[in-house]
Every structure is written in C-alpha cells, then in structure tokens.
Design a protein around this ligand. Structure first.
Ligand SMILES: Cc1cc2nc3c(=O)[nH]c(=O)nc-3n(C[C@H](O)[C@H](O)[C@H](O)COP(=O)(O)OP(=O)(O)OC[C@H]3O[C@@H](n4cnc5c(N)ncnc54)[C@H](O)[C@@H]3O)c2cc1C
Length: 596
C-alpha cells in the first residue's frame, strides 16, 4: 500500500506523532484528558509540534513554508483531531487570519505575515461581535480615518487564541452603517499598542475543547496605518467571505478526525463486549449502526476531498462546495456520534476510564465544527442561493465540454497531484454551473467502461449504475420540488423552511454525485478497491433524504463490516486514501484499554 507523492509524508507524520494510547507519545490521550479536565492549554504538545516542523505546513511553499495542497493540510489537521481536537483547533487558529493575506494581500504583506507564522507568531480572526453574531452588517466596530492612519474602536467576542497570539484580523466599519461595502479588514499587531488601546477580554469556560484560549479583544482609539488594511478599503466583508471558505474546510477536519477515533473505539468495544452469548458487533442492528457510521465517514471524506481539491482546480466553486461540506459533514458526523453513543451505552457518559475518555471528549470537542466559521443555516442559505440558478442549467442537460471533462477526471482522482492553489481566485459566488452535478450524467454513461478492467464485480457495477440513475432522478425531482415551492410561496420562499430543506437535499445529492465520480476516477487500494462500499454509501445518502428507502441487506452489511475489520486490523485509518492509523503497531486493539 502506498500513498501518492503529494501525500506521501502523511504516513511519516503518523509514525512521528505515534500512538496516542501510549503515554509518552506526542499527543497521548491520557495527557489530553488531564489537561482538558483542568481546562489547561496543551502548550507542551504545541511546542513539540512546532519543533517537529508541523507548523511549517500552515505557510505555502512559495512563502518558505511547506504547504503544497489543501488536501494535504486537511489530513494534517484531521490527524491531530484524531488525537486531540483542542490541539487541532489551536493549530487551525494559528494561521486563520493569514488566509486573508494570501487571498488579497500585497506581496509585502504575504512575505511579512507568512514569515511571522513561521516564527510562531500567529494571526487570529476577530470578526464576531457579542450582540450581533452572524448578523455581520450590523457590526459596530469602527475605523475612523485621521490623516495617514485609522483609529480602531470596538469589541470582538468570542475569539479563539486571542490572548496568546500576536496579530489579529479586525473587521471594522470604514463607511456608512448597513452597506455591504462599508467594512474593511485590518491586521492589528498587539505589540504596537498600549494596554489602554488593546485590551484582552477574560477567557471563557467551555463545553468542549476546554483547554482552548477563547476570549476577545477590545480596541479603544487604537491607531493603525493604511498598509495594515488587507485588501482594499470597503471590501472587508468580501475578503471575509472569501477567507471563511478556507477556514470552513479546516473546521470540518476537526469533525472527521474526532469521528475516526470515536468509531474505532466503538468498534473495538462492539468486538469485545459479549451480551446474550454473542459479540455486540454480530447483533444486526448494531452492525448496521457501525456500517452506517463507516459510510458516513467515507462520504464525508470524499466531500472534503472535493472541497479541498477545488481550491486548486476550481477555486470559484469552493464557495458552494465548501458551504455544502461545512453543512453536511458536521451534521452527519454529529448524528453519527449519537448512534455510536447508543452502541457504547452507559460507558460513553463517563469522562474517565472507558477508552481513556476518548469518546466523550471527541464528541464534545467535535461539536464545535457545526457552528464555527458559519453555522448550518448560514451555509444552507448559500447552498439554497446557488441551487436556484444551478438546477435550471442541470435540467437543460448542458454537460461539460471535452476539455472540461479531462480536467474533472483529474480533479476526482484523489491520487493525482494538484495544481498550485489559486487563493486570489476564491470568489463569493460560484456561478450557475455546478460541475459536480453537470458531470453526473457523463460519468454514469462512462461507468461500465471505466470499471470493466478493475477488480469491481458486475454486481457492484450494476448496483452503482442503478443507484446513480435514481440519484439523477432525485436531482430532477428536486428541481421540480423547488419550482413548486417557489410558485406557492413566491417572495417568502427565500426565508422559508422549505428553502432550507431543499438545500439539505441538494447537499446530500451533491455528496452522492461526488462519491460516484471519485469512485470512477480513483484507483482505490485494498480493501477499498472492490468498490463494494460505494453502493452502500449511495444507499446511505438516499436513506438520509428519506429514511424509508434503500435498507441494506445482511450481505451488504457483512461486506462493509469486512472492509472495516480489514482497516481496523491492519492499522489503517478509515479514509479513502491508505493512511496509517497511529503509526505502526498501534495498541488501541488491546482490549484492556476499552474496558478499564
Ligand atoms: C470555540 C469557539 C471559537 C470561536 N472562534 C472565533 C474566532 O476565532 N473568530 C470569530 O470571529 N468568532 C469566533 N467564534 C464565534 C463563532 O464563530 C460564532 O459562530 C459567531 O459568533 C456567530 O454566533 P452564533 O453561532 O452564536 O450565531 P448567532 O448569530 O447568535 O445565531 C444564533 C442562531 O440563530 C440562527 N441563525 C443565524 N443566522 C441565521 C440565518 N441566516 N437564518 C436562519 N437562522 C439563523 C442559528 O440557529 C444560530 O445558531 C468562536 C466561537 C466558539 C464557541
């Protein structure tokens, strides 16, 4: 088993980070749990990661860092989150404001702030205001122009890592209240200001990620120079919307990473626990819950691969595909945690002992992904806005040109390297042509030829074709449903519950289209190479839309569970790419960990 060159070092990192069930590993579960119980910042772990060079991946190679692809960075964040979501969140927050610089900063700004990140001086993200939350147009912080400088006034709360990092991106009004072009984004350096000008607010006690520094900042007549504006005066909201697309992808990695560990622990428990003279894992309903959780994770991974690779191939689409991912992944994973808790029973509720407390901490921590950087409703609104213009184009059956088809095949092949990231091309509208949807009919037509020479059985090809045809029908039905609701509700459709429900369906169908296209263009490695998991994932998505359809048979369940067992027993992560789990010879299968 091998990883493609552009992802190759991920397995080296797995080995270096080691097995978190071992106490002297870089990120041991036991240590994380003690720190979490005491709400302590995991500073030693962070320092060790920095000295190992992990933080260099937050800066693009062009600016002397090691970041080459967002697909790769996603896996680095995910890998930390499998061990400790608090550490992974701190990692993401280190560079959260610097993406704005990469998107629209000057060359001097890019060089300066990237260098600062490499020197371990992070750039936080100060956008939220206590009173207004997601209602950004009402934000009250101001920037008043005085000669060659601005005076910043206002309070931002709650802000991650605000008390610890040197720089913060501060969104403030430079124009009339209520206008979209009246905001500007300033990078503020706390070292340049007195405590009267730059004041940190008290920290908050948290439900999850308890060791995280979450506080806020109050600026009072805080002077900043013109060249501290990122982008141009008045385009702060636009810069923010473009930057959030990258932050959203990072937030989803917290979810999938935490769920990988939670699923692993639950599977171990179901394998070892015997009730009524049988293993829990052999009870049909439990096996269905486990295989559903596995499918949910695989689907989420493919949706994330689509979102991360879009930055390199289709930066304009990142707005839509990232919004879908940011709604779909935390939503599905959140429900999945609840199903896994049902399998574990009373033990999941205990903060210590059972599996080193991994499960309950992962669940609490991962819930952060649902609201951070745009909650579910904000993302669904973005999806709803796009599907209204994308579905009519889909209905006209305007597929992709031959040139576009060549590119999309490469895009969906997870094992091919990506072109350089086009940060500057991130947009605030993805346009009318959703390439994933438009390509679905073509890939369905090609499917038998594409899979004919592979290890995929005729039955599996038939099942994928059959389900794919139904998904195409579902897309068409969705277009009619939207038209009906719009006709009935007229202007009130845009804010109606119906528009959110339609966007949820569009997101699920997008996930299905992504699964089909990725399955066709990627040469998966054992045990995923037979693609038996693909029909199971498609059925799972159709059941997410309507719980009464596509129940898997016993044979379907068994084949998925066999794949899970292989990954589990061979220390492979539950990912579509062949990633090691915890390095080598992981000890998580030692049942004593699961029962103490
Ligand atoms: C651990 C943590 C870290 C954070 N880090 C940062 C940070 O670094 N920087 C930063 O700026 N902020 C940060 N935040 C703030 C966070 O991003 C919040 O999402 C943001 O403040 C918006 O607040 P809210 O989700 O509470 O939503 P509110 O705006 O208060 O909304 C409450 C509810 O209203 C509903 N709603 C909102 N909008 C709509 C809509 N358009 N349509 C229908 N319903 C809607 C939703 O159900 C929503 O949950 C952090 C918060 C936490 C807890």
């Amino acid at each position: 088993m091998s990883l493609p060159a552009h992802l190759e070092d991920l397995n080296d990192w797995e080995k270096k980070l080691g097995d978190p069930f071992v106490d002297d590993s870089v990120l041991s579960f036991n240590r994380s749990l003690v720190l979490d119980e005491n709400s302590e910042l995991p500073k030693d772990c962070i320092d060790e990661l920095k000295s190992m060079g992990y933080y260099e991946y937050l800066v693009p190679d062009k600016w002397n860092g090691k970041l080459h692809s967002y697909q790769h960075l996603y896996h680095l964040i995910r890998s930390l989150a499998r061990r400790d979501v608090t550490v992974a969140t701190m990692y993401v927050l280190q560079a959260i404001g610097n993406w704005a610089v990469l998107i629209c900063g000057t060359e001097e700004q890019k060089a300066y702030y990237c260098q600062k990140i490499l020197e371990n001086e992070g750039v936080t993200w100060s956008v939220s205001e206590r009173e207004f939350g997601t209602d950004l147009l009402n934000n009250q912080s101001t920037a008043l122009k005085l000669d060659d400088q601005y005076l910043l006034n206002g309070e931002k709360w709650p802000i991650g890592m605000c008390s610890n990092l040197r720089f913060t991106m501060f969104l403030a009004r430079t124009g009339e209240q209520g206008a979209a072009d009246s905001f500007s984004l300033f990078c503020v350096d706390r070292e340049m200001h007195s405590s009267a000008q730059y004041q940190n607010l008290d920290g908050e006690a948290l439900f999850g990620v308890r060791g995280l520094d979450l506080s806020g900042v109050r600026l009072t007549n805080c002077p900043v120079k013109d060249d501290q504006i990122i982008g141009s005066k008045g385009n702060g909201l636009e810069v923010m919307l473009r930057t959030q697309q990258l932050n959203r992808i990072g937030a989803c990695a917290l979810s999938t990473g935490a769920f990988d560990s939670a699923l692993r622990v639950t599977m171990g428990f179901a394998e070892e626990r015997k009730l009524f003279d049988q293993k829990l894992s052999t009870i049909p309903i439990t096996q269905l819950q486990l295989t559903d959780a596995f499918c949910d994770l695989m689907i989420s991974e493919l949706v994330m691969n689509c979102a991360t690779r879009s930055l390199h191939f289709y930066p304009k689409m990142t707005f839509l595909w990232g919004a879908i991912a940011k709604y779909y992944v935390p939503e599905v994973i959140g429900k999945g945690f609840s199903e896994l808790a049902d399998i574990i029973g009373a033990r999941y509720y205990m903060r210590t002992n059972f599996a080193s407390g991994v499960f309950q901490k992962a669940w609490r921590d991962a819930s952060l992904a649902a609201f951070a950087d745009g909650n579910k409703k904000v993302n669904l609104k973005n999806v709803a806005m796009h599907m209204e213009v994308c579905l009519p184009v889909f209905e006209k059956q305007q597929g992709l040109s031959e040139e576009e088809q060549v590119e999309i095949r490469e895009f969906f092949d997870l094992f091919t390297d990506v072109p350089d990231a086009a940060y500057e091309d991130l947009s605030v509208f993805s346009g009318k042509r959703d390439y994933v949807t438009l390509h679905l009919q073509d890939v369905m037509d090609e499917l038998p030829d594409l899979l004919s020479s592979s290890l995929v059985s005729d039955e599996t090809v038939f099942a994928i074709r059959n389900l794919g045809a139904r998904i195409l029908d579902d897309f068409k039905m969705l277009a009619s449903e939207v038209a009906l609701h719009k006709n009935r509700l007229q202007k009130s459709y845009n804010y109606s519950p119906e528009s959110f429900l339609m966007a949820q369906k569009y997101s699920a169908l997008h996930a299905a289209a992504v699964v089909i296209s990725t399955a066709c263009y990627t040469n998966f490695q054992s045990p995923l190479d037979t693609l038996e998991w693909v029909p199971a994932c498609l059925s799972r998505i159709r059941r997410q839309i309507d719980p009464n359809r596509n129940y898997p048979t016993e044979a379907d369940r068994n084949s998925i569970y066999t794949i899970m067992e292989k990954l589990y027993n061979e220390d492979m992560a539950f990912t579509p790419i062949p990633l090691l789990y915890n390095g080598e010879n992981s000890s998580y299968r030692d049942k004593s960990f699961l029962y103490i």
